[in-house]
Design a protein around this ligand. Structure first.
Ligand code: BES
Ligand code: ZN
Ligand code: MN
Length: 497
């Protein structure tokens, strides 16, 4: 376990194995570089043919010549000074994290490069360090990488900064990043081990640890409660479905809660409308929305903002078998609406329908859902952006802003009402597929049927929840998107207005 510390002493006096100092494109010295009096670090950097472009780094060992207390200095290119954004700090910290976890102590002036928003900058650097160091190696019996040793990571700020605010940002970053890692672990866990019941037990254990109210609905209780969508999707699997209910109370009981849900398909084979084997390869990730909501609830429970938040997360395994839902079957959802299942691979909307209807009964302020819902959304927006659909302009704006600030950007797609006709059913209230075109929109319109008049936003995270290419602060696999967006949005809602 790494300890994160904050200090505002001169960088040259800091005892650490590695002192990480930023260099702007030029190269131009970043904060702390000029404090190293022993040698001309900028000249050294330039001599190595480096210009300060993002990620260009040079490790300079201290053989007693540098005039600093640290054992070595890592000069880290961060790009053009004028272009720097908060997420660039997260990326810079993440990029070097893997190497630096092999050292016992690291200190950095990185957050000072922005010159303003110290709390945001500090939070981003600490998040980047933790997220960049994340690995999922639970199933590996040997690793070439060797163990992580990082004991202390010290953030060096300016003496002008308010230490209390910045220390709070360090603490917040630790909570948020640990919650993202919690989500990543759930998503990366093979579906063999993370059945709906196992997901529910993981949620229960988390809830008990951080002090959330929790209730797990089993298949009999779901039957009695009229959750026909969750049961219909789960009925082909030997692993029965669950509904995970959580509550966080941080404000007066009279204050309506914010409601969250997420798609928790522990494995999506497509059911009888079976996928290709290639199409199934990553489908253990189809509970990414559920895991992100669990991660966000975990963070909120620890950070304790003055709001109320409830969650109801449906989980089922979508499998083909003699007991599976057939194309043409009609399901009766919570609240009574019926849907005709024409494609059993459009299962996410079926389980979410029940959860949305259930949450709407509780008259929350807003309902948010996150779901790895459609390949169509990936076609529209690619693999990095989540799609936003909403019935409420200001809610949509707040979520897009939260995503941008968290380094998890989304983009709005239209909830185009005229396409509702594409999901008219001959036999039920709605059918679960439209045409091939506009597939993310018809999926969202299906969900919209179940929220009543409660302001609602849907995040289609099929693209960014899981990645086949490692990035600056994420390895291949689960990314934890959109935990940071949800937490940022919720914390913002708790601020007095
Ligand atoms: N879980 C998938 C969506 C998905 C696909 C997520 C690829 C991540 C990567 C979802 O359940 C699904 O199968 N959707 C279908 C809907 C179609 C049958 C209307 C799709 O997108 O093809
Ligand atoms: Zn799915
Ligand atoms: Mn599917």
């Amino acid at each position: 376990m790494t300890t994160f510390a904050y200090a505002s002493q001169p960088p040259a006096t800091v005892r650490a194995d590695v002192l990480v100092l930023p260099v702007f494109e030029g190269p131009e010295p970043g904060p702390g570089v000029r404090d190293v009096k022993g040698v001309d670090l900028v000249a050294l950097y330039r001599d190595a043919a480096l210009t300060g472009k993002r990620g260009e780094h040079l490790l300079v060992p201290n053989t007693g010549n540098l005039g600093v207390a640290a054992s070595s200095v890592l000069l880290l290119g961060v790009g053009k000074k004028a272009d720097l954004k908060v997420d660039d700090l997260r990326r810079a910290a993440g990029k070097v994290a893997r190497q630096l976890v092999k050292r016992a102590s690291v200190a950095t002036t990185l957050p000072q490069v922005l010159g303003r928003q110290p709390a945001e900058a500090v939070q981003a650097v600490v998040e980047g360090q933790i997220l960049g160091a994340y690995r999922f190696d639970r199933y590996k019996t040997s690793s070439e990488e060797g163990p992580d040793r990082l004991e202390t990571f010290t953030v060096l700020g300016s003496p002008r900064w308010d230490a209390r605010t910045v220390k709070a940002a360090v603490a917040r970053a630790e909570v948020v990043a640990a919650s993202v890692c919690f989500t990543r672990d759930l998503v990366n866990t093979p579906a063999r081990d993370l059945t709906p019941a196992a997901l529910a037990e993981a949620a229960r254990a988390m809830a008990e640890e951080v002090g959330l109210e929790v209730r797990i609905w089993d298949e009999r209780e779901l039957e009695e409660g009229g959750f026909g969508g969750i049961l219909g999707v789960g009925q082909g699997s030997v692993n029965p479905p669950r509904l995970i209910e959580l509550a966080y109370r941080g404000a007066a009981a009279s204050q309506p809660p914010i409601a969250l849900t997420g798609k928790g398909i522990s494995f999506d084979s497509g059911g009888l409308s079976i996928k290709t084997s290639e199409g199934m390869e990553t489908m253990k990730d189809d509970m990414g929305g559920a895991a992100a909501v669990l991660g966000a609830m975990r963070a909120i429970a620890v950070l304790k903002p003055r709001i109320n938040v409830i969650a109801a997360i449906p989980s089922a395994e979508n499998m083909p078998s003699g007991s599976a839902t057939r194309p043409g079957d009609v399901l009766r959802h919570r609240g009574g609406k019926t849907s005709e299942v024409l494609n059993t691979d459009a299962e996410g909307r079926l389980v979410l329908a029940d959860a949305l209807a259930y949450l709407a009964e509780k008259r929350p302020r807003v309902i948010l859902d996150a779901a790895t819902l459609t390949g169509a959304c990936m076609v529209a927006l690619g693999e990095e952006l989540w799609g936003l659909f909403t019935t409420d302009r200001s809610l949509g704006r707040a979520l897009l802003a939260a995503g941008e600030a968290a380094g998890e950007p989304g983009w709005e797609l239209p909830l185009h009402r005229p396409y509702r006709k594409l999901i008219d059913s001959e036999v039920a209230d709605v059918k679960n597929v439209g045409k091939r075109y506009g597939g993310a929109i018809t999926a969202a319109l299906f969900l919209a049927e179940f929220v009543g008049d409660v302001p609602w936003a849907h995040l289609d995270i099929a693209g960014p929840a899981f990645t086949d290419s490692a990035g600056d602060y994420w390895p291949k696999g689960a990314t934890g998107v959109p935990v940071r967006t949800l937490v940022g949005y919720l914390l913002e809602q708790a601020k007095p207005r």
